[in-house]
Write a protein that binds this ligand. Sequence first.
Ligand code: ZN
Length: 339
Amino acid sequence: MSEDNMEAEHRRKCIKRLKRCIILMLTAAVVLPLAVSACVLAEVYSLRKTLEDVSAQVDRLSEVTAGQQDALEQLTEKVQTVEQNLSEQQTEKTPDATVPVGNINVRDPRENEEVTAAHKVYLTFDDGPSIYTREILDILAEYDVKATFFVLGKESEDSKEMLKSIADEGHTIGMHSYTHNYSEIYASVDSFAADLDKIRNYIYDTTGVWSNIYRFPGGSSNKVSKLSMDTFARYLDEQGIVFFDWNSSSGDGGSIVFPADMLVENSMKGIQKRETTVILMHDSAGKKTTVEALPILLENILALEDTVILPITENTKPVQHINWSSDTEEQQTEERMED
Ligand code: ZN
């Protein structure tokens, strides 16, 4: 190869390399910024998306907060109304505090015209208080039921505590004589009156309750009293006292101790046939099966339709074994002569 040819070949190679270099540089100058721009654009796009999401979330959150604020305002309003009502009630009640303890011991809000149940049941416990009274009160509390206790003049500290609990827990305290000694109580009107005074004052001194409800020992149909029971019924009436007998007996009164299921069966008889049922039970010592029967009895009664259990009050329709008149025998004779 000649020297000229070699030089020409060398130049061609140089030009070729130069061209490659220029092409590479041009490519780099165009492609690199494009790639970078694409990356930046992608990043911007994703950031915008995130921003949109965040702002949507902020919107939702502020909506929820506004809702909560509304609820809070409503709640505050309600609390204010309740507070206002309470303070009004307190103001209304204040003057009553000076009124002496009234005629009747318990005023159960359920015992009024609103009680429209077809069958009303009154549980009554005689001859207490005793070692079983606390248990009976606890069972009644468990079922949210109020009853009536016809108590005697037992003056032990335990008995006094029980009397207070009966009153404090919203049950009715009735009188059942101080001594429960038939021959003494029914000996004369004076004797009856003295016993009545004693039990009435004992209950008042112990609990602050001025009782207006009485149950004759042995009931008004007892065959022990030599004097007519009408005489004692009239005496009670003159004192503003209503007496209550019973029209359903659990059967726990005698000396034979019957099993609990039998007491329940006896007590349940006829409840759904009567408007008013007064059940006779005893919370005296030795009446353990009465305590055992009570929860079963309560469940059975509460399961009956249109039936309520209430404490006796002065508004309760009395259940009485004898037909007596508030007029004396002389007045009745005069009336008959006028006819
Ligand atoms: Zn008795």
